[in-house]
Design a protein around this ligand. Structure first.
Ligand code: FEO
Length: 181
């Protein structure tokens, strides 16, 4: 029968060994940094939008900013649950100068497409490692990207329909202000 020392040793042993490979840990740390970078980008965007008077769009982007922080925290927690120590990332300052409301939305869309591609590449990598748990975890992010890309594409299409009609642009701004979560 195992004595207390044996049990303690077993527990310490299991804590010492992560269920994630070093490669997967590095990949997840990159995604943590990417989510924080996205949060910074949206923070700069909502600040510019509010500064320019697009209150509804600023509200929309502020919710997006908060969502990105939640995405980042979710990866932190996943790593901790898999007995891996996540890194606290440092990201460069985000650009906060834009020429138009449309430019902000176009840049947000481009960024979301870039993030989606990055998650898809990571899915390939963890699948190759037969890490099914991380594969399933990352699938949630790809689905999230589908929603985000669709959301920004729709706004961009509507802005293109509005063209230079300021009343139509302000209507889109107002609609964006109705986002609840
Ligand atoms: Fe967390 Fe917009 O991707």
């Amino acid at each position: 029968m195992a004595n207390n020392n044996d049990i303690e040793g077993l527990l310490l042993g299991s804590r010492a060994k992560s269920m994630l490979s070093a490669k997967t840990q590095a990949l997840l740390n990159e995604h943590i940094a990417m989510e924080l970078e996205a949060a910074q980008i949206y923070k700069a965007m909502y600040s510019w939008l509010e500064y320019k008077g697009y209150i509804g769009a600023a509200h929309y982007m502020k919710l997006h900013y908060q969502e990105e922080l939640e995405h980042m925290d979710k990866i932190y927690q996943y790593m901790l649950d898999r007995i891996a120590l996540p890194k606290a990332p440092q990201v460069k300052p985000a650009n906060n100068k834009f020429t138009s409301f449309r430019e902000v939305i176009k840049k947000a869309l481009d960024h979301e497409i870039y993030v989606e591609e990055s998650y898809k590449k990571s899915l390939d990598k963890v699948w190759a490692e037969k890490d099914h748990t991380t594969f399933e975890f990352l699938q949630w992010y790809v689905q999230e990207q589908v929603d985000e890309v669709a959301g920004f594409s729709l706004i961009l299409d509507r802005l293109d329909i509005a063209g230079n009609d300021s009343s139509a642009i302000l209507l889109i701004d107002k609609e964006m202000g109705q986002r609840e979560e």
